[in-house]
Ligand binder design. Structure first.
Ligand code: 5GP
Ligand code: ZN
Length: 144
């Protein structure tokens, strides 16, 4: 944790272009933006995964992130925004302090988020939903 670049940003040991700060979260400009005005919203407490962030902080991250998205629309002439969070290296997380990206978007900004769309085999969709919902219910019951 001591070597965490985002913890150092919160502590002021590494400079950042701050957009917003309160008791739970800190928001600043991404140094290599997808579009200019791209913001990162982070919990002040160090968490690698979004799954361990306390509910109040996670809620604040989402609220602040979406309000920043609206400010980008109203004041920087964007049309829309994406909220994005990569949880784990395989999902593209590079900085291991959880962070919510607020990516301002324009109708013709030239950026494509390349979602693919697979198809389920017969019965696979229902089986997947059953496995996943059971596991989630067990974990939530245990408080995980
Ligand atoms: P990830 O790929 O982990 O979801 O995103 C990490 C983001 O952090 C990247 O978009 C990257 O540009 C940004 N980033 C990495 N180091 C710094 C830094 O020192 N300062 C700022 N402002 N952004 C950073
Ligand atoms: Zn950290």
């Amino acid at each position: 944790m001591n070597n965490c670049i985002f913890c150092k940003i919160i502590a002021g040991e590494i400079p950042s272009a701050k957009i917003y700060e309160d008791d739970l979260v800190y928001a600043f400009l991404d140094i290599s933006p997808i579009n200019k005005g791209h913001v990162l919203v982070i919990p002040k407490e160090h968490h690698e995964s979004s799954s361990t962030i306390p509910e109040a902080t996670a809620g604040r991250m989402f609220r602040v992130g979406s309000r920043i998205g609206i400010a980008l629309r109203r004041k920087m002439d964007y049309d829309a925004f994406n909220l994005h969070l990569a949880d784990g290296a395989a999902a593209g997380q590079v900085v291991m302090h959880a962070h919510l990206h607020v990516v301002p978007r324009g109708v013709e900004d030239g950026f494509r988020w390349n979602w693919r769309q697979l198809k389920y085999a017969d019965g696979e969709l229902a089986a997947t939903a059953e496995t996943l919902s059971k596991r989630l219910a067990e974990d939530l019951e245990k408080g995980e």
